[in-house]
Design a binder for this molecule. Structure first.
Ligand code: SD4
Length: 331
């Protein structure tokens, strides 16, 4: 039974046990609340994404403006970055692992808490669309590696060489020292996580990445993990992350932020608390970046990060805006 129906039915059952006068007053209140909620329901279509990916939010807004769903908006929005060969942290053109293989991670989540993800998948240019197919065409949430790739071919996706000449050259250069450090570009374009609200007030989210450059073979971060790199609850809001995935996984960051919003925090306050929790577990460490963004049902947004330099893009009727994010560390 859908949760709403369950709540509705349990309200009716409870009402059956109440005395007539009390029932009358309860019904009156309930009805009024419903009417008030309906008449004051604020629907603010908006798309936001990690970093200043303006082409991605422009695409998402194009979908929303035409009345499209938040799910289509986030998928098509992040696809822009997956296709951009100059973006070295997402999709085609992403940096390979230490063995020279480009392995991609992505996940997507809709208004009904349906979700799909692909992890460590090679040779497919749009992992977000494969993640959506996992969500819509299989009984599963996650497909990994060869299985994800095979599923993608079965769904009609084409095999694509994702290692560009530039990425290959940089990797060969890196191999000279093969220093394994989880270096995240603090101020450069990075993983894209996107959240959107459509004209019905429904929220969806998507997150896609090539992960850490020169990572160990098989390494997967937070980005395709529902609850870590992305979480949406259509009754509350959504959150998504960029940065050192291991730290986001340890605190189940995006889920935490949505739960904090459920408890009454604004998206901004929730993102700040999310970063604080991570820093509490890393008292002696400042050598990594994480940025969270969040949106609530009213279309209010927030973003917060560890190091200065992170921002998030938003596109709504209020405009197409780059929102510099405040940071835990000030320099
Ligand atoms: C990861 N969160 O794989 C990603 C990294 C990231 O581009 O944001 N990088 O851990």
């Amino acid at each position: 039974m859908k949760r709403r129906n369950f709540l509705k039915n349990s309200t009716l059952t409870t009402a059956g046990m109440l005395s007539a006068p009390l029932l009358a007053s309860c019904q009156g209140t309930t009805k009024k609340t419903i009417v008030e909620n309906d008449s004051t329901k604020i629907v603010k279509p908006i798309a936001i994404c990690t970093w200043n990916f303006m082409n991605a939010t422009a695409k998402a807004w194009e979908v929303l403006e035409k009345g499209g769903s938040s799910l289509d908006a986030v998928e098509q929005g992040v696809m822009v970055e997956e296709a951009d060969l100059n973006n070295e942290t997402v999709g085609n053109g992403g940096r390979p692992d230490r063995d020279g293989r480009v392995t991609l991670d992505a996940c997507i989540m809709d208004k009904d808490a349906n979700c799909g993800a692909v992890l460590c998948m090679e040779n497919i240019a749009h992992p977000i669309s494969v993640a959506r197919k996992v969500m819509e065409e299989t009984p599963h949430v996650m497909l990994v590696g060869k299985g994800a790739e095979q599923f993608a071919y079965e769904q009609g996706f084409q095999k694509t060489n994702l290692l560009t000449e530039k990425a290959k050259k940089d990797w060969l250069e890196w191999k000279k020292n093969s220093q394994y450090e989880t270096i995240i570009n603090i101020e450069n374009h990075d993983t894209i996580g996107m959240l959107a609200i459509d004209k019905n007030g429904d929220i969806a989210g998507a997150c896609t990445t090539s992960g850490m450059g020169y990572k160990m073979a098989g390494r997967v971060g937070d980005s395709p993990i529902i609850g870590a790199g992305l979480f949406v609850d259509n009754e509350v809001g959504g959150a998504t992350a960029t940065g050192v995935g291991e730290e986001v996984v340890r605190t189940v960051g995006s889920f935490l932020i949505v739960e904090l919003m459920r408890q009454g925090k604004s998206p901004q306050e929730a993102c700040e608390e999310g970063v604080r929790r991570i820093m509490e577990k890393n008292k002696d460490r400042t050598d990594f970046q994480i940025g969270f963004i969040a949106i609530n049902k009213k279309g209010e947004t927030g973003g917060y990060c560890i190091h200065p330099g992170f921002s998030y893009r938003s596109y709504s009727e209020e405009g197409h805006i780059d929102n510099p994010s405040d940071s835990f560390l000030k320099v």
